[in-house]
Every structure is written in C-alpha cells, then in structure tokens.
Design a protein. Structure first.
Length: 264
C-alpha cells in the first residue's frame, strides 16, 4: 500500500493497511478462522454502517475518500480505522465489485443452554439450511416481519459467513440466530405449537393468523428431517396455482416469506 498518495491529515489520523493485515483479515472468510478469533467481516457501506451500533468494532478498512466523507461517523473508531488502496480491499473482499469499506466485527457471545421461551411470540426454526444466500435472505425477511429470534440446527450454515452477512443487508444487527438442538428446544417448550411446511399439509390459505408458534423450515434438498417431522402439530403447505404442472418445491427463503406474510 503506497503511503505517499495519502494527505498528511489522513496519515496522522488513521493507520495505513499493510499487506500482512489485509491477508489476516482475508482469512476470516474461512469459518475456522472466524471461530478461532471470534471475528467476522461485513462488506459494503450499508452493511458496515448498520452493524456499527450492534457489534464491537475490531477494524474498519476503507478508501481515503470514504473516510473523509464519513469523518463524523468514524471519529469514535479512530484507532480501528485503516486506510487502503484498491489492492488492499481486493485482497480482503469476497465481492466481485470491490466495496469502498469493509469492517471486522467481534461476534456476539453464544449460549448452549436450551431456553424456556415466551409463549406469545413467533419463532423461526431452521433445519440444516445450507445456502448462505438463503440464510441471509431469511434473516432479512424475519427482520421485515418482526421475527427477532431464529433457532438453527448446528448443521445450518454459519451466520457470519461473508455471503450470509452480505445478504442480510444489515438485518443481522436486529435478528439473533441461536444454534442448538431443535428437538430439545421444541420438547422443552412443548406448549408452543409447531408449524411445519410439508407437501401433504393443510392449505396455507385456510389457516388463520397465530400469535405464538414455532415455524419450522427444512433443508433445501430433503426438507424437514424425520425426527422433527414427528414434532409438527400444524402441518401446512403452500398450494400451487396450477395443481397439474408446477415445480417440486419452492425455494426455502421464498417459502419462509410466504408463510410469514400469512401467519404474522
């Protein structure tokens, strides 16, 4: 990273990103590194700004021009700000279009305890969702519909995967995702009904709104696992318009949005 292109006022205020630091941050694209360091990356102006108030900041890497335009925002994070050229951000970013700012945040602490939940709320359960884009879209959708707690099986993709963070468009700051055994959660909170999306369920359009439930959504390929199917108390299906000629299933993120729009 060249120093001689930076005005003195920027060099005095902020650090210059080194190649070593850039590669260290790039390593956070791997789950193993994220888990070891308890850090994750957010890319792009919207994601970074939305997450600033919800996660502790480890580092903010940006172009000089971006720092100048957002000096009021960055002044309280001055020790964590690094100025970079395009090459530095190319090393860090996983996006095809290089963003003007990338930030490294500290992950939220997690609890492995199975909670006893309030009975007047709707909770989303995710059974082994694998696609980062799907998970990010689901988190963003939950934020829209006011669902602020998601419980995911341990096999579900990591919420701090850069593609998940990007797809949430900042909603990660408002929606908490807890990884735990879903069967244990349902059994401990047995008074909360479990809605499950099944091909042979009751038509969604015949179901009334509900104030408390678990909404269980399954894996993209095989759907809900057999052990969790046994715990479903309200089986629902989204009926296709053309009953004689339609796809085998809906995308899980789309299906989640459709069901939430009906039951919330």
């Amino acid at each position: 990273m060249s120093k001689n292109v930076l005005p003195l006022k920027i060099v005095m205020a902020y650090k210059i990103l080194s190649k070593t630091k850039a590669k260290e941050i790039r390593s956070l694209s791997a789950k193993k590194a994220r888990d070891e360091k308890a850090l994750f990356i957010a890319e792009g102006e919207k994601s970074v700004i939305d997450l600033l108030g919800s996660f502790d900041v480890e580092a903010i890497i940006c172009y000089q021009e971006w720092a100048e335009r957002h000096s009021d925002l960055l002044h309280r994070f001055e020790p964590q700000v690094f100025i970079s050229d395009k090459r530095g951000l190319e090393i860090i970013s996983s996006l095809n279009s290089i963003p003007p700012v990338v930030a490294v945040f500290k992950k939220w602490g997690v609890s492995e305890n199975i909670p006893l939940l309030e009975k007047d709320r709707i909770y989303l359960l995710l059974d082994e969702i694998q696609d980062p884009g799907n998970l990010g879209t689901i988190i963003r959708t939950c934020d829209w519909f006011g669902i602020y707690d998601i419980f995911a099986s341990p096999e579900t993709v990591d919420i701090y995967n850069p593609k998940v963070v990007q797809a949430t468009m900042g909603s990660l700051s408002r929606v908490r995702v807890h990884y735990l055994n879903l069967e244990d959660l349902i059994r401990k909170n047995s008074e909360i009904p479990v809605i499950g999306t099944l091909l042979n369920g009751n038509p969604l359009n015949e179901f009334k709104k509900i104030s408390s439930c678990f909404l269980l959504m399954g894996n993209e390929g095989r759907g809900i696992s057999e052990k969790l199917k046994q715990l479903i108390t309200i089986p629902l299906t989204i009926p296709p318009v053309n009953k004689n000629n339609h796809p085998d299933s809906l995308n899980v993120a789309i299906a989640t949005a459709v069901v939430l729009s009906h039951i919330v």
